[in-house]
Design a binder for this molecule. Structure first.
Ligand SMILES: [Zn+2]
Ligand SMILES: [Zn+2]
Length: 484
């Protein structure tokens, strides 16, 4: 303190001491040799090799926590957007399992999945350059990702976003058209469009991972991203699923688990790591809708950007904000009212009251169709019309799905008689509160991806089935009676 100059004021002669600037070690505090590149967590000055080691150690720790059986050679799906966070995650994975790892090598495999959303570049008001150039940028990103993945010796699967409409039925151009139309015709705001895009992307990653037979997905969301999601989800009425969306492990799809191993790292720390890797930023915009209605300033374009701006400002004022937020949500768990009742769009679990409303609506439908049973593909459960392909009376029904697997498989490859989605309207009660807000009443006229109606239908059917057989089920009390 002695070196800090003090000054005296004229009035009262009080002596004011200037706040001393924090003095950092000139060399890296770990190896005591090299020049530091970062002040890590406000105190530790670290050089690049030491910084990489510290980050890798934390990352390894998170990966171990997310594994169920460490002796099993598990394969993770890696969701790869091309942005700094997912690219750094890829390098960290290489630090865990790569050929050059000498010490404490981990045993698991990875398979990268990239969702190519170049189809959205053509949205109205969003194309600044001509189509061929856009295509080139999309292809260029894919090519670079392929090169990077092959340098890490990681297999890569690229899935175009329009495949949310299945990958067999229509031509690629038709699927692209359908997707663009949904976003263009949605009357709602940017927030809804961004959220729907997010759900589509997540759904495609799940489907692809499922097809590849992978049960765990590594998602590279940074702590900034997760804290922003915590705030934005809460403000959009998704508080119920916030713990699932932001904690290290997300169990909301019973057959697939999403892990967030980058949860401990701030975007700033990731950016520094990314710069030292010398990789190009291949980020695809997560909010491609902003340029459509840009009469407002960009950070007010949606709830998501508003939350992003708010969290970043708070983080600038106090560097502990994000960690404190995430540590608090650590202590919470998403309640699961019924394991087979999931939102048809985002797969978060429905709340008790939502399930009650759904049951009521299904009950009403049964009554209606009883009085009017000449409808094709009726959902009637009481009269066993053997001719109706969709009858729910037996497991041989072409539409029946394994009840245990519903919502997780989301197979949209059923070309069966019931896939005529345009005829039956979507049952909005099979959606969670926030997805009902995204797809308001007018949106039901849109050609939504088939997986949504499949999920919705499966859930209604399985409820009806359970309702039918409930009188024949033995409960625990009956068992005891038998024993006696
Ligand atoms: Zn060092
Ligand atoms: Zn939902």
């Amino acid at each position: 303190m002695s070196g800090v100059p003090s000054c005296s004021t004229d009035d009262g002669n009080t002596v004011l001491n200037a706040t001393p600037k924090r003095v950092y070690a000139k060399n890296c505090i770990r190896c005591k040799e090299s020049k530091p590149i970062i002040v890590f967590r406000t105190t530790d000055t670290l050089c690049w090799p030491c910084y990489r080691e510290v980050i890798t150690k934390k990352f390894k720790n998170n990966i171990s926590k997310s594994r169920s059986d460490k002796r099993e050679l598990e394969t993770f799906a890696v969701s790869l957007s091309g942005g700094p966070s997912s690219m750094v995650m890829l390098d960290l994975i290489d630090q865990c399992i790569g050929e050059n790892v000498k010490r404490a090598k981990m045993f698991f495999k990875v398979h990268a999945i990239h969702i190519d959303q170049s189809v959205l570049r053509g949205l109205n008001g969003n194309s600044n350059s001509n189509d061929s150039e856009d295509n080139n940028t999309g292809l260029a990103i894919q090519k670079q990702l392929e090169e990077i993945c092959s340098s890490y010796k990681v297999p890569l699967t690229i899935v175009p976003l329009e495949n949310i409409y299945g990958d067999a039925n229509e031509t690629r151009e038709q699927r692209r058209q359908q997707l663009v139309e949904v976003f263009e015709q949605m009357e709602s705001n940017n927030t809804s469009k961004e959220d729907l895009l997010e759900h589509f992307r997540a759904q495609l990653v799940y489907e692809t991972a499922h097809k590849l037979g992978l049960g765990r997905i590594l998602n590279g969301s940074s702590s900034n991203r997760l804290a922003i999601r915590l705030l934005s989800s809460t403000s959009k009425g998704r508080g119920n699923s916030v713990p699932n969306e932001t904690n290290l492990l997300d169990y909301h799809r019973t057959s697939t688990t999403v892990c967030h191993p980058m949860r401990d790292f701030l975007l700033k720390e990731i950016a520094i790591y990314h710069r030292y890797l010398g990789l190009q930023d291949l980020t695809v915009p997560s909010n491609p809708f902003h340029s459509i209605n840009l009469n407002q300033s960009s950070h007010k374009a949606s709830i998501n950007t508003l939350c992003e701006n708010f969290i970043n400002t708070l983080q600038d004022i106090s560097s502990q904000t994000i960690h404190t937020l995430l540590r608090s949500v650590d202590k919470l768990h998403s309640p699961v009212a019924d394991e087979s009742m999931f939102c048809s769009v985002c797969s978060c679990s429905l709340t008790k009251s939502e399930i009650e409303t759904l049951k009521k609506s299904v009950g009403e439908r049964i009554n209606n169709s009883n009085s009017n049973n000449n409808t094709k593909c009726s959902t009637t459960t009481t009269n066993n019309q053997a001719t109706s392909c969709c009858s729910t009376d037996s497991s041989k029904s072409c539409c029946s799905n394994d009840n245990n697997n519903n919502n997780n498989n989301n197979n949209n490859n059923n070309n069966n008689c019931c896939s005529d989605n345009s005829s039956t309207p979507l049952n909005l009660h099979t959606l969670c509160y926030s997805c009902r807000n995204i797809l308001d009443k007018k949106s039901t006229t849109l050609t939504l991806p088939p997986y949504i109606k499949e999920n919705s239908k499966t859930m209604v059917h399985s409820y009806q089935l359970r309702n039918e057989i409930k009188d024949f089920l033995l409960n625990d009390d009956d068992d005891e009676d038998d024993d006696n």
